[in-house]
Design a protein around this ligand. Structure first.
Ligand SMILES: [Zn+2]
Length: 296
């Protein structure tokens, strides 16, 4: 029937348009991709206390539909509107595999605390202080995003190559750069090859690892002895170390394939897990409560 066929065609067009819109998303220079941040926040949701979950829900903007994870890439979309926020997504080092707050946490003008670690500390303080001039909804969305970023090793990469952004590589047959490999390519390939191209399936697998393979470490991940600050400097230190390994054997125009992928994937999955567990711990510290909601 002509009518029915027209309807199908419209539906098809609609689907194609949607697909085009989704794939038009430009690669971002300084962030886990959208999936990485989404996974960190989804994992965090499962570790929140009831009090923290309620407080977070109240702070979320209407467009989030009550889901923290929906807001976790917001900070990337605002990087150009809020230019000052751009250096807050990373903390590059001179390349000695170490993070040193006094040395490394500044923007290109030398302003102190303007790096991902400073941002996590500042937005945590802002959310704890009801008289803070910062908008608490934005503080929450920045915090959730930056805790993800600090766990991406190449966000604590080397200054001279902008955290791997200027190292052009071939990811299998496609042109990419080392930073983008860690933000997006590894996750994308894992989703395609192992998780049915479905982010929920990948999240489920990572959560199973947390309760199984990593269950002994998980408590240590969230332990933070600093009473006034977060332990974000420790997370940056870990990333700086992992970054050095990520650079190993990689040069301009290197081709990265299976060998690199299978080395990187377990690191990526663990960093996403740690990011989620620690984001929850920070939010629980801010909003209180000790009874965790059912982790599912
Ligand atoms: Zn970012």
């Amino acid at each position: 029937m002509a009518g029915g066929g027209g309807g199908d065609l419209l539906l098809l067009l609609h689907v194609l348009l949607l697909a085009a819109v989704m794939s038009a998303r430009a690669p971002t220079a300084h962030a886990w991709g959208k999936e990485g941040h989404y996974m960190v926040c989804k994992i965090a949701e499962g570790f929140l206390t009831e009090e923290a979950a309620t407080a977070v829900k109240e702070l979320l903007p209407g467009w989030a539909g009550g889901d923290l994870a929906e807001t976790c890439s917001w900070a990337d979309t605002e990087r150009f509107r809020y230019r000052w926020s751009s250096p807050l997504h990373f903390a590059d080092t001179p390349g000695d595999c170490q993070f040193n707050y006094a040395r490394d946490c500044h923007n290109t003008n030398g302003e102190k605390d303007m790096c991902v670690v400073g941002a996590i500390n500042n937005y945590t303080s802002a959310l704890k202080d009801s008289s803070s001039p910062y908008d608490p909804t934005e503080s929450l969305m920045f915090l959730a995003h930056f805790v993800g970023d600090v766990h991406q090793p190449l966000h604590c990469g080397h200054v001279k190559d902008l955290g791997g952004n200027t190292i052009i590589v071939h990811w299998y047959r496609r042109k990419s750069n080392l930073h983008h490999v860690w933000d997006v390519n590894v996750i994308e390939k894992a989703m395609k090859d192992f998780y049915n191209d479905d982010v929920a399936t990948m999240i489920k697998a990572i959560k199973m690892n947390i309760t199984d393979e990593w269950s002994n470490e998980e408590k240590q991940w969230e332990t933070c002895r600093s009473r006034t600050k977060t332990c974000a400097d420790k997370y940056a230190e870990e990333s700086a170390e992992l970054a050095c390994k990520a650079y190993e054997g990689v040069e301009q125009e290197s081709t990265l394939g299976d060998d690199y992928f299978f080395e990187a994937l377990p690191v990526v999955q663990k960093r996403i897990a740690q990011g989620g567990v620690r984001l929850a711990a920070i939010l629980n510290g801010i909003f209180g409560g000790n009874r965790r909601i059912q982790s599912s």
